[in-house]
Ligand binder design. Structure first.
Ligand code: F6P
Length: 327
C-alpha cells in the first residue's frame, strides 16, 4: 500500500511542500490520539478565551493550534504561519520559502458531542525568503496555493490532499501508525441530489438563496423535478469530505445576520483550501458569483460566502444569483 510520503514523491517535485504536508500529517496523529481519549485526555470544554474572530475557544482549539505552531515553526521550509486562532502571522524560519495557513480544529462545536472535526491547511509560496514575514505576505489569492488539504477526525481519521495534480485520500491506520492511500484521482459527479446548508439562517439570506432552497425542498413537485436530501455535519471538513466521496453541494451563503460579516467561513484557511480540493476533483467553488480561488484577499481572517461541490448544482446556484443581479 502506498504511504503518504511515497505518494507525494510521485506527484509533486516540490520536496519542501511535501515535507510540510508530512509535518501536518504527523501533528494529525497526535490530535487523533487526543480525540480518541476524549474526556480522559482533558481536551473537552471551553478554554475560557476568545479568538480574533470573537469566538469562544475550546480547549482543543488551543491545543491543536499549539501543536501545529510548534511543528511548523521548526520546519526549515516554513517561513511563517497564520492560524484562525492567532491575530497575526507568526514567523518561523526566515530562510524558508513557504507560508502555511491553517484552521487547527474546524467544526469545534462538534468536539464535546463526539462528532467529526478536522484540520484544514493551505500552503503558499513565500516570495521574500530571507526577510521577516508580515501579514501582507499571506495575502495571495487561492490560485497561488501550492498545496491544500484537510484531516477529518471521524470514526476513522482521513486526509485529503492536493498538490495541484488531482486529489488523493489517505486513511490513518493506527496499527501501522501510517497514512495509507485509499483513493487517488478523486472525482465528483457533476449532478447531485444532496445539499448541505444551515437552514435556520433562511430568513437572513438573499432572495436567490431562498429561492434555491424553496426549489430543492419542493423536490419532484417543483421546478427541479427531482427530490433532494439535506445533510449538515456542522463541520466543513465533514461536509466537504462527503462531497468528495459521493458528490453534493455545500453552502454557507451571504447572510445579513451581522452586516460586518460577508459570510461565516474564512477565505484563506477554510474556503481557499477546500475550493482547490473541490476544483481538483472536477467540482466548482464560488462565493455565489465569483470563483473563490480568484478572490484577492485583503485580510488573513477575511470571511467569504461559500457555494461548492458538484459542478452543475454550483452553476445553478450561481445562475440564480446572477439573474437576480441583472434585475
Ligand atoms: O468554521 C466554521 C464552521 O464550524 C464550519 O466548519 C461549519 O461548516 C460551520 O461553521 C457550522 O456552522 P453552524 O454553526 O451555522 O452550523
Amino acid at each position: 500500500m502506498t504511504i503518504l510520503a511515497d505518494y507525494l514523491k510521485q506527484y509533486s517535485s516540490n520536496t519542501a511542500v511535501n515535507d510540510v504536508i508530512c509535518t501536518i500529517a504527523e501533528v494529525g496523529k497526535t490530535i487523533n490520539k487526543l480525540l480518541q481519549r476524549g474526556a480522559f485526555a482533558d481536551i473537552l470544554g471551553e478554554a475560557g478565551n476568545q479568538n480574533v474572530q470573537g469566538e469562544d475557544q475550546k480547549k482543543l482549539d488551543v491545543i491543536a493550534n499549539n501543536l501545529l505552531l510548534d511543528a511548523l515553526t521548526q520546519c526549515t521550509h516554513c517561513a511563517g504561519v497564520a492560524s484562525e486562532e492567532l491575530d497575526d502571522a507568526t514567523p518561523a524560519n526566515q530562510s524558508g520559502n513557504l507560508l502555511v495557513l491553517f484552521d487547527p480544529l474546524d467544526g469545534s462545536s462538534n468536539i464535546d458531542i463526539n462528532m467529526a472535526v478536522g484540520t484544514i491547511f493551505s500552503i503558499l509560496p513565500y516570495q521574500r525568503s530571507g526577510s521577516p514575514i508580515t501579514n501582507t505576505d499571506f495575502l495571495q489569492n487561492g490560485e497561488k496555493q501550492l498545496a491544500a488539504g484537510y484531516l477529518v477526525y471521524g470514526p476513522a481519521t482521513m486526509m485529503a490532499v492536493t498538490t495541484g495534480n488531482g486529489v488523493a485520500m489517505f486513511g490513518y491506520d493506527p496499527d501501522k501508525d501510517a497514512y495509507l492511500l485509499i483513493k487517488d484521482h478523486v472525482q465528483i459527479d457533476a449532478d447531485t441530489k444532496e445539499y448541505a446548508i444551515n437552514g435556520s439562517n433562511y430568513r437572513h439570506w438573499q432572495q436567490p438563496m431562498q429561492q434555491y432552497i424553496d426549489e430543492v425542498i419542493a423536490g419532484k413537485s417543483g421546478t427541479r423535478g427531482k427530490d433532494f436530501n439535506t445533510r449538515w455535519v456542522a463541520a466543513m471538513v465533514g461536509d466537504v469530505h462527503r462531497i468528495l466521496c459521493r458528490g453534493g453541494v455545500f453552502m454557507y451563503p451571504f447572510d445579513n445576520k451581522d452586516p460586518k460579516k460577508a459570510g461565516k467561513l474564512r477565505l484563506m484557511y477554510e474556503a481557499n483550501p477546500m475550493a482547490l480540493l473541490i476544483e481538483q476533483a472536477g467540482g466548482a467553488a464560488t462565493d455565489a458569483t465569483h470563483r473563490i480561488l480568484t478572490i484577492e484577499p485583503n485580510d488573513i481572517h477575511q470571511r467569504v460566502p461559500v457555494v461548492l461541490g458538484s459542478k452543475n448544482e454550483v452553476a445553478y446556484v450561481q445562475q440564480l444569483h446572477e439573474s437576480a443581479l441583472k434585475i
